[in-house]
Every structure is written in structure tokens, then in C-alpha cells.
Design a protein around this ligand. Sequence first.
Ligand code: CA
Length: 314
Amino acid sequence: MKKLLSLIIVVLLFVNFKTLQKEEVELVLDSKSELGEGAIWNYKTGELLWVDITRKILNIYDPKLNINKEIQIGQMIGTVVPAESEKVIAALENGFYQLDLETGEKKFIANPEENIEGNRFNDGKCDPAGRFWAGTMSMKGEKHAGALYRLDPDGSVHKMIDSVTTSNGIAWSLDATKMYYIDTPTQKVTAWDYDNETGEISNPRTAVEIPRSLGAPDGMTIDAEGNLWIALWGGSAVSCWNPENGELLRTIKVPAKNVTSCAFGDDDLGTLYITTAGSGTNREDLEKFPQAGGLFKTTPGPKGMKAFFFKGEF
Ligand code: CA
């Protein structure tokens, strides 16, 4: 009897553990986004900000009301971050802008690539000191034509990494001493020493190498254990890596071929929201993944970190 009881307890614990670590990926919105991207959780408003780059849409998703609001921006929108001013800062096709989501006002801040034709801004995030880092890429597939920039709260823009091809995921270590960065075609996460006082970076080295067979590394976020969650373009998955030793810890399948970004959200920061792209999906893939381009979610177990807000106002 005693044995049976302990067996039941073990089974119950296992079931409970399995429920906590739900690996199923659930469709949140069948948005059919062309290039869903840039997921970031605004913990102050309880909303997920995300974009459809090529359709020029800023999305604001409220999971409590299950409502997604679309704002047409009029230019390609690479990514968006919340600001402490309650406005948001976006990296658009033609530079950095401040957007007031209440009034719809769009204020130009700066365009470091004013004289470069054919590039647009892509992914980016704020560092722990509230500076906004975002990079560019060629829209014609030109190699090494982009760069990573840093927009400071005073409005000054600094070129931080040159000769980038597809500037993508970026995150900072929990102790704010390292910056992790993805230039997609390198198939790597590069770690940089990061000075939180000055915003300077130095000493790049490879932290993670992503085998081509898994897909190409796209958007990235860090969890409360310091591990990196990376969306895999062409890989139908999000993956979790230990940046200290480069080890692959987890892969979670997503029902879309091109998985583009992920962000922890909801009140407990325990839900991983995942954006995908419908573009780059051929007919055969679309039959396999009819929800490609949708917004998905899963509950992987670890919690996320609160996103850093931009510290300036224009
Ligand atoms: Ca991306």
C-alpha cells in the first residue's frame, strides 16, 4: 500500500512537472504576417509589442483582452522598444523615430544612413542603461552593407559595429557586463565585453555556433537563468543555448518554417511569445504549416527578464 502511494505521488509530481513545462506551442493570432518580428513585452502596460516589417505594421497585443491592435506606420518597421516616456522608439526604414501610440504622432530622431541607398533598419533592443541598439541590412541582399548603431537618450547616434550583413538578435548578460549579438549569416552569437557606464563594447568572441542544419539565428532574448533563446529562420523552432559554453539546451518546434523572434511575457514573464514569417515559405511548406506568419506562445519553464526601456524623450 505504501509503495503504491509513493508511486502515485511520483506519477502526480511528474504530471505536474510536465504541465509546468508545457512544450506545446499554441497559436495566439492567425495574423498571416509577411514578416512578423521584433517581439518585446511591455511589463508596464501588460502588452506585447511586435511588428510586421514588410507590411509596415506595429502590433500591440493585449493577452488579457485577447485584442491585437495594428498601426500602419507608412515605412518598413524593423523593431520597436517601449520608452520610459510611455511613448515607443522604433527603427524604421529611414531611421530612428519616436511614436506616440495615443496621438499617432511620429517624430523623426535621426538617420545614420541618410546617404546609404537600399538599406533598412532591422532588429534591436535597449541596453540596461536605456540606450537603444538597432542595426541595418541591405534590402538587395548585399553582404556587409549594414551596421549596428546605438541611439543614446540625448539623441546622439553612434556606429558600434561596421560591416554587418543582417543585424539581428541582441541581448545583455544579467550582470550587464556582456552583450550578445547575432549577424545572421555568421551562424553565431558573438559575445562582447560591455561597459554599462559608457555603452562601449570590446573584445568580440564566439559564444554560440548554430549549425546550419538547425536554421539561421534570428531574434534573441535572455531568460532569468542567463540562457539565450534564439528564433531559427528556416528551422521551424526556437532554441535555448548556454552562452557560457555554447551548449544547446532545448529546441522547441514551432509550426512555421521561418521563426523570427521571441520574448517572454505575461505577468509572470513565463510565456514565451514567438513571431513567425509567412514570406520565404513555398507552397509545400504552407501546406505543412498553414499558420505560418502567426503569433505563437509556449510555456517553457524558465522565466524571462523585464525588457529595458529607452531612457530619453524627444
Ligand atoms: Ca529578425
